[in-house]
Design a protein around this ligand. Structure first.
Ligand SMILES: Cc1cc2nc3c(=O)[nH]c(=O)nc-3n(C[C@H](O)[C@H](O)[C@H](O)COP(=O)(O)OP(=O)(O)OC[C@H]3O[C@@H](n4cnc5c(N)ncnc54)[C@H](O)[C@@H]3O)c2cc1C
Length: 494
């Protein structure tokens, strides 16, 4: 078994992994790198999800890469367009040839003596195990399980005569035209699916246990359209990107400081798009404050339009049992359905399921503290990409990749080989994701923690992170630089 060595090994060829590789090529052209991808395609999320209407719910001027303008007229884009954008980016930057497909990384072991990771990948197609070494390990493996979405066990499904599908594994042969469809869920996927299915279905019912904030946004950005008429794409793009960043930051900060006001505005806007007398309080008024969970965006209010036209309806209730004909609710009512879509969410998965060991000691992720939201205490020469929860993922992914390139250049300049984050000396530790959504609460205990101050705290604030990660100091009390051969002390806090 031959062992290859690269300077940087990127795990995952989704939006983040392709972006990471492009940053490496642009800012560290002398570094060798490879990308290991478990699947046989580029694009990650945007290749996996194929349900009708699949689209972004962030605007593409911030979900696009900082270095490659988004030129499509649609600001909220379809899954196909995003997949195509990621693939073209990989091709144009010469990254595609560096991707090794069908390589699922299962384990990585750090050896301080050699200042190297040994990475083990499983090939699903040949059942071989491949071993590589690298000086720096950069995981861009997303945040959820690819093989199975979250599917709670509902009683009575065995007697149901219709079809049950999960959006993560949409069957190619499913024709919903003229059918009665029930979509269980109220998150981003449900609000995307309902209007898309309603175009051809007999009727679509969104069955939700509790409501989510739903906000209509224009699918086209008028400022971007105007600027693009006058300026080249390269000049217009950063202007629109910053405009959208500042608007999203202001929206988030206002929600945190004046939740009652933002709630009132959101409900008023929803009321204005629904028929007179519609029970907005029951179906669109959540029990939590705006941004305690991700806000759902609907382009041009398409969900509200489908409800207003009678093509779709919202029912707020819980499933008692599936019956032969559909779903019986706790209220006693029954929803007849030919197809039931369980848009019940994802299963969180850290680091794409791989395990880590440092000098022979297993890394317990839950015992580590994230440094700048991208490295782990006690884990040398390692970075991971976790995007924002309150803004586009790529804004953070770009910053993480920029920071990794700065770190690599700093190591070279100073003649050091190893960079190891340290845990905060004291203070409260908190969950790394501070959302109250079910999929977060189900798994957050197994994930790394964050501290209560910089550089261990995540502020979820892009302008602040730009200063910290693009321009901030690389050396601080939270990180140690050392030559090869320095054994790692145990740096996990009790
Ligand atoms: C339906 C849906 C809609 C979304 N919409 C938005 C949105 O509008 N805006 C937004 O900001 N975010 C959105 N997100 C979050 C979204 O995941 C990010 O936008 C972004 O696609 C994440 O990119 P990524 O490359 O980090 O992860 P992914 O897209 O998950 O890609 C990870 C890649 O790593 C590979 N991989 C995983 N584990 C391993 C392993 N062990 N070995 C090798 N390869 C591995 C996977 O096969 C995959 O190709 C959405 C998510 C979903 C599910």
């Amino acid at each position: 078994m031959a062992t290859d060595h690269v300077d940087v090994l990127v795990v995952g060829a989704g939006l983040s992994g392709v972006g990471a590789a492009c940053h490496l090529r642009r800012h560290c052209p002398d570094k060798t790198y490879a990308v290991l991808e478990a699947r046989d395609a580029i694009g990650g999320t945007w290749d996996l999800f194929r349900y009708p209407g699949v689209r972004s719910d962030s605007d593409m001027f911030t979900l696009g890469y900082s270095f490659r303008p988004w030129t499509d007229p649609k600001a909220i884009a379809d899954g196909d367009a995003i997949r195509d954008y990621v693939r073209r980016t990989a091709q144009e930057h010469g990254v595609t040839d560096h991707i090794r497909f069908r390589h699922r990384v299962v384990r990585a072991e750090w050896d301080s003596g050699r200042a190297r990771w040994t990475v083990h990948a499983h090939r699903d197609d040949t059942a071989e195990t491949v071993e590589l070494t690298c000086s720096f390990l950069f995981t861009c493996s997303g945040y959820y399980r690819y093989d199975a979405g979250y599917a709670p066990q509902f009683p009575g499904t065995e007697r149901y005569a219709g079809r049950i599908v999960h959006p993560q594994h949409w069957p190619e042969d499913l024709d919903h035209a003229g059918k009665r469809v029930v979509v269980i869920g109220s998150g981003a996927t449900a609000v995307t699916l309902v209007p898309a299915l309603a175009e051809r279905a007999a009727h679509v019912t969104m069955l939700q246990r509790s409501p989510t904030y739903v906000m209509a946004l224009p699918s086209r950005d008028v400022v971007a359209d105007a600027l693009r008429r006058w300026l080249p794409a390269k000049a217009a793009y950063p202007v629109v990107r910053w405009k959208n960043v500042l608007l999203a930051t202001a929206n988030f900060q206002l929600s945190r400081r004046a939740p009652a006001l933002v709630r009132k505005l959101l409900l008023r806007a929803a009321r204005g798009r629904l028929p007179a007398g519609y029970d907005v309080d029951r179906h669109f008024s959540p029990r939590y404050d705006p941004w305690d969970q991700r806000l759902c965006v609907v382009p041009d209010g398409d969900l509200f339009t489908a409800v207003t036209r009678g093509r779709a309806s919202v029912v707020t209730d819980t499933v008692d049992t599936f019956t032969e004909r559909g779903v019986r609710l706790s209220s006693g009512a029954e929803l007849a359905a030919d197809v039931v879509v369980t848009a019940t969410g994802l299963n969180l998965l850290a680091l794409g399921g791989m395990t880590l060991a440092v000098d022979g000691v297993e890394v317990d992720l839950a015992g580590t503290v994230a440094y700048k939201g991208m490295m782990l205490s006690g884990v040398p020469n390692f970075a991971m990409t976790i995007g924002y929860t309150n803004a586009s993922w790529t804004l953070k992914a770009d910053l993480v990749a920029t920071y990794v390139c700065r770190l690599l250049r700093h190591l070279d300049r100073t003649g050091q080989q190893v960079v190891t984050p340290l845990p905060p000396p004291d203070g409260e530790l908190r969950p790394i994701i501070d959302l109250t959504a079910g999929y977060v609460l189900r798994s957050v205990d197994a994930l790394p923690k964050q501290g209560d101050r910089a550089p261990w705290r995540l502020y979820q604030n892009y302008p602040r992170d730009v200063l910290l990660m693009r321009h901030g100091r690389l050396t601080d009390s939270g990180v140690r630089f050392s030559p090869a051969g320095t054994p790692e002390r145990r740096t996990v806090r009790a």
